[in-house]
Every structure is written in structure tokens, then in C-alpha cells.
Design a protein around this ligand. Sequence first.
Ligand code: PRX
Length: 566
Amino acid sequence: MSNIGSYEERLRGFDWSIGEKELGYKKGDKINIGWYCSDRVCQMGKASKLALVWENHEGHVKKFTYNDIRQLSNTFASLLCGLGLKPGERVCIFMDKVPELYISFLGILKMGGIAQPLFSAFGDESLHTRLSNAETAAILTQKKHVAKVRKIREQLPQLKHIIVVDSEGSPLKEREVAFDMERVPRVDDWKAYESTAETPSVLHYTSGTTGQPKGAQHVHYSLIAQYLTTKWVLDVKDEDIYWCTADPGWVTGTSYGIIGPWANGVTQVVLDAGFGAEKWYAFVERHKVTVWYSAPTAIRLLMKEGKEPVAKYDMSSLRHLCSVGEPLNAEAVIWSKEAFGLPFHDTFWQTETGSIVITNYPGMPIKPGSMGKPFPGITATVVNPKTFEPINNPGTVGLIALRPGWPSMFRTYWKNEETYRSKFKNGWYICGDRASIDADGYFWFVGRDDDVINTGGHLVGPFEIESALLEHQAVAESAAIGKPDPVNMEVVKAFVALKPGFAPSDDLDLEIMNFIRKKLSPLAMPQEIEFVKSLPKTRSGKIMRRLLRAQEWGEPIGDVSTLENE
Ligand code: PRX
């Protein structure tokens, strides 16, 4: 029997107070996610239960009980307070998927700080953009990434402390602090900051069509939705071994790679290593993973390897599979049923929504290719893109719209209230995605409604890439779009017009690609560069990415009446 039981019954009797009650929270109480994910679990009699089993690419394993993560997160909180950091200040986590990442996340919340996780593969410019926007006061990192921080620290006057969690053997510089959580004395007793429901908790940067990435601001009350969706959608139970493959630099890795599982008191496993089909199967076998949360790109990579490697491993521990981040194609659902005897359940949500909003529940009939139905407590529909009125015609495509008000909904974009407000129309939060709803109430994803590129489940903003391209000495103007890719759904393609004196060549092509990879990230690196004489622009001078994208995807070009050189 799944945790959700009958979807229809849950819908009828639903109120978010179900989650509040289970967590022992009452309106007006203190609520600190760091405390809920460690101290409370210990108080519930699970102090010696494993919270985290971590393994790296060399097969080195570390295990932490709930009491360990309670004490170690206290130790991080105490360190941060000792450095003079104050509640409300932003503390960035810039690490690979090492135990310190997961545990310091709780520590930051326990001292009242706002946790700002950033993907460790980000280059110095991606890092700078986000740290400078958030006016981040401290950053926790590893020695392998500290050079990127050093490169930009003089441009970040607000950045007071750089904490290196594994600095042994490498000399540190001014403003840098060495902190090895496994060597310093543990802090057993720590009074968590008395945050309340609306106290800011996590700041996750996400990309849009225009401008630089925006910080989606979450609050401690988000816990209620993250807890309940983990329980009902991911269906975790006390005895489960849960594996979320996402990196906490992205929202899946925090909402469902830290908060959700730990608030539920389950054991989670983390593999700090790159992708490899057999590597992953061996990991499932070794740790007897029961619940697995992954992404379509990873599933497609597994599919590419075929079913033979699956048969080499004992995958019988698996009980429930879920996916997020991009459209989960019907073939992937069917393949997983054949390969693992279980379908992947699609879940749809965003950085902004903080938790799963539309999904296939355990036990609910899956229509392969559909995202499923709204989580109880979420009012979701598709609206007409002009009037923002709900479309009541099954199969008609509109914009996915959610009625604001669930606990984990973001509260604003950091220092960008105007863009935040622009996301609401006619009383709906507009996700920026197109979909239709069928006669049974199932949602079918169609595509993004903007120019954001979704590569392997990661959103990349064209503006950020174009700005970085312009910093290259040869580039006069540029446009970045997503081009179709069989595995990653989309990859970045850049159109580049060169400055006089520069000519297209394979060397220049490679040089520009690497320039972006180093400055931004491997995800943002164009997989293809097309050199052009000029770019299509509107009469007001705006580059028409829409046109380039339509050409690339073989879609109708649409209205070009505003085209400059028409
Ligand atoms: O376009 C949708 C796509 O990813 C976007 C959200 O990306 P992000 O904020 O980075 O969060 C990703 C993980 C929650 C959405 O607006 N997306 C997410 N899940 C799905 C999806 N597209 C299709 N199907 C999904 N299940």
C-alpha cells in the first residue's frame, strides 16, 4: 500500500495541516528546517539510524547517523556564528556532492542563515553573477574549487569568509578559514535559530529568458510541502533506502536530496561520481536502494546501454521510481517497466514551486508520456496565453498555471520583486510551460513558453551565455538557443557574428566553446557554433531567438512583422 492511498480520498479531505500535524507544527510555532531534519528525527527515536551513506568514485564509503548529522550541523552552525555571521546573511555552498555539502546546508539553516547552494561545476563568472546578486557573506567550498573563488573575491566586497572544508596540505590566504568537520570537536548542544514560517531559508538561482539568473527565495515553512510530497509522491517509508541522483546545486537536490528525505527520517545514499550505467546499477545493488529519484536524461543514457547491463546486477531491491526535470517520454516509462519491472513516475515542478506540483502517484494508473495530476492542495490548470482564463477544453494547449498559496511556493526573486510580480496573471502563478489536460485530468507537457534552454534537466539562460560570448575578443554579437538532442533533450547552440578582422575556423570554434565552459559551466557550453554575418533583429534591435529556434527545430516561424531586415 502506498503512503498516499487513494488519490481521490486524499483530494477530498486535503489540507496542508495534515503535514503540519505529522511534523508536530502549529501555526505561529518556530520552524527551522535544519532542526526538523536532524534534532527532531533524533527525538523521534532514530538517533542511531543512518541518515546518509555516501560513496565516491573510488568506492570510498562514509556513513552518518541522524545523531552524527545533528551534531555536525550544530558544529557548522557554531562555526558560522563564531565567524560573526548573522541570521539572514547568505551563505553559499559551492561543493561537489560531499557529506559536508549536505550537513552544512542544515548548519546554515540552524544558525538562521540563508543557504545558497551553487553547482560546483560553475565557472568563475557564473559564480560571480550569483554571489554578487545575493551579496553573499560567506562561501563554503573545497580546495579543488577555491581557485575560482579566489579569482573573483576582490570583486565581491560583501564576501567576508571563504571556508575550505578539506584544506589539509594547501596553504590558505587572507579571509580563508580551514574547517574540517571530522576533525574539529563536535558541538552536541546547539539552540537552532528560532525561525518562523516566513523566515527565509534557501536561495536557489534559476535562469529565465531575459537578464541574469534570479534567486528564488524560499522560507522555512516550505518544509510542510517538501515533507508531504516526499512521503506521498516518492512514497518513502521508514525502512527505505532512498537515492536522489540530483546535485543540490539545483533545487531537486535540496528539496528532495536533503529536506524531504531527512524530514521523513529515511536513510539516503549519495553517489559522488559521474554517470555510468553499470556504476549506477552496482550502486543500487550494493546499497539495496528501494526508492530512486532521477531524471529523463539519465534514463535515456541507461536506455542507450540496453537491458543487458541491468541483468548483470541484482536490482530487486527497487520498489518505486520517479523522474523530474524534463519531459519523460513514453518510451522511457515503457523501457523502465521492461528493464526494472517498474515504471518511472513523472513529477513536474520548478525551482519556484519548491516542491512537486503535478505528478503520477504511486498506485495511480500511469499514462506513459503524461505528467499526471496535481498534488492534493495544488490547484493547477492550463490558461489561455492571452486572457489567462482557464481552458476547459480537453486537449487544448495552454500555459500551466497554479493557484498561489502552497507552503513551498517561492516568496520573491531576490532583489527583483518586479519580475516576481510579472509571474502572476489573473490570480494564477504562470510557470512558463505549455501543456494540455486530457478528459481524465492528466497533464501532458508540450514545451517551454520562453527561450530558456533545458539541457539534461538543467535550465540555462540564453542571456547569460550571450553576455559571456560578448566578452570574447572575436565576438561582435551572438544568440544562444536550444537545439534538439536525443539524450539531453536540448543542447546549447550559439550563433555568432564575428568582429572585423576575425574569420571563422575550427580553432576559433573550439576556443569559444572552451571560453564559455570555463566561464560559465559545461552545461552552458555551446555544442555547436554557427558563424553568421548578422543576426535577425526586431526593428528595436532585439535579437529574434524565436526565429533561429524555429529554423533549428523545423517549426513554423510565426509572426515576423517586426523583423528589422525584412
Ligand atoms: O520546463 C519545466 C521543466 O523544468 C522547468 C523547471 O526547471 P527548474 O526550475 O530548474 O527545476 C527543475 C526540477 C524541479 C519546468 O518549468 N520540467 C521540470 N519537470 C518537468 C519539466 N518538463 C517536463 N516534464 C517534467 N516532469
